[in-house]
Design a binder for this molecule. Structure first.
Ligand code: MTE
Length: 374
């Protein structure tokens, strides 16, 4: 895959420093928090003293918040499509006054936004690796839809990906496509991204362009975008109607959308052996469009839930690191349990809803076993 070199991309490929990340979180996303503001002003001061701060400072905050591209989870239904950057176009059509056809360089030259965002797969297991965070650059979908002139009465925005094939029971010839409601498409946090952590999107994450439907499970963030179709009909695609649907035992079906509050341990990991008497338990929590309001831990399935310390003032759409200083009372086996609650009071359930017949939105509280030995 040939990539043309231009000034915009050179700028983009530069490794992202701590200050850039924090400014991005503040400036372009509206995810402002007093914590980030404090960090930015302290960085401004230190940058004046040391111009090298962006590349040399190893900030725990950034390390905890951003997943390097190489470690970012991948979920593909089909093979990665081969896309020539020169031939590729994005079309916007359907119920619009002026259909658009844009090239890769058209997009790169359009005014861009940069924002951190946590993506979680709807099928991520409790404590699983199907959740990651990157800083993405691209353009708000709203700007393109306004340019195209959405006609009155349009309700649905369908993202079409270039990938198709068989496998996992998918009918032959089906391509990946998902729809979101117009209201979410017009939300300024819904973005078409061409960069991930300052580099052009890697092929496995959707080069040259992907949707990012912030705060919703990953299936709507369609990769290898080729066409955006505006309509007034509910979308009947395979991935809309057969997969990514919540199914109840009475047969009721509802499409999966917003991410639910969830959390996981980063350390210790399950079955880890702990050899010290004071141990810093660490993890992350996230709540989609909501903010994490508290994270609590419980030991051996009984006793009171104890509050963990949140690492940064939580913001919507981005995971929050948390920690707990554990004074280990005695050696032996322990069960550690974590649960997060969001700012609407939704807590992770203790067990999976027995009425659910599908395998999505698995956000029951996470339990792990560890052994302490002195
Ligand atoms: N887009 C296309 N075109 N094809 C896919 O298979 N998988 C979806 C979504 N977008 C998918 C897609 C799913 S289920 C998830 S969870 C996210 O992409 C994963 O994005 P990632 O692989 O960049 O982490």
């Amino acid at each position: 895959m040939k990539r043309s070199v231009d000034a915009a991309k050179n700028r983009a490929t530069k490794a992202m420093g701590r200050r850039e990340f924090l400014l991005a979180a503040l400036g372009t996303s509206g995810l402002a928090s007093s914590y980030l503001r404090r960090q930015v002003s302290s960085l401004r001061a230190s940058t004046a003293l040391s111009p090298a701060i962006d590349t040399t400072s190893s900030s725990e905050t950034v390390k905890e918040l951003v997943t390097p591209n190489i470690d970012f989870f991948i979920r593909n239904h089909f093979r990665i499509p081969t896309i020539s950057e020169e031939k590729w176009h994005l079309e916007i059509g359907g119920m619009v006054a002026k259909p658009l056809k844009l090239s890769y360089s058209d997009l790169l030259l359009t005014s861009s936004v940069r924002r951190p965002l946590t993506l979680e797969c709807a099928g991520n297991l409790s404590g699983g690796g199907g959740v990651s965070t990157a800083v993405w650059s691209g353009l708000p979908l709203e700007a393109l839809l306004k340019q195209a002139g959405v006609q009155a009465g349009a309700t649905t925005v369908v993202f079409h990906g270039a990938d198709s094939g068989e496998g996992e029971g998918v009918p032959q010839g089906t391509h990946f496509a998902r729809a979101i409601p117009m209201e979410k498409a017009m939300d300024p946090t819904t973005v078409l991204a061409y960069e991930m952590n300052g580099a052009p999107l890697p092929p496995e994450h959707g080069f040259p362009l992907r949707a990012l439907v912030s705060g919703w499970y990953g299936m709507d963030s369609v990769k290898w975008l080729t066409r955006i179709e505006i309509s007034r009909e509910p979308f009947k695609g395979y991935f809309q109607q057969e997969l990514y649907v919540a199914v109840k035992s009475n047969g009721e079906r509802q499409t999966i959308t917003r991410m639910r509050v969830n959390s996981k341990f980063l350390r210790p990991l399950t079955d880890e052996e702990i050899l010290v008497k004071a141990y810093r338990i660490e993890g992350i929590a996230w709540a989609g469009e909501n903010k994490v309001s508290k994270v609590e831990l419980r030991f051996d399935g009984n006793g009171a839930w104890r509050p963990a310390v949140l690492g940064a003032s939580p913001v919507a759409l981005v995971w929050t690191p948390w920690s707990y200083a554990w004074s280990v009372p005695h050696p032996g086996p322990y069960t550690l349990e974590v649960r997060a609650t969001d700012d609407e009071g939704n807590a992770q359930p203790m067990v999976r809803d027995p009425d659910r017949k599908d395998d999505y939105e698995l956000n029951a509280s996470r339990r792990i076993s560890v052994n302490v030995r002195w």
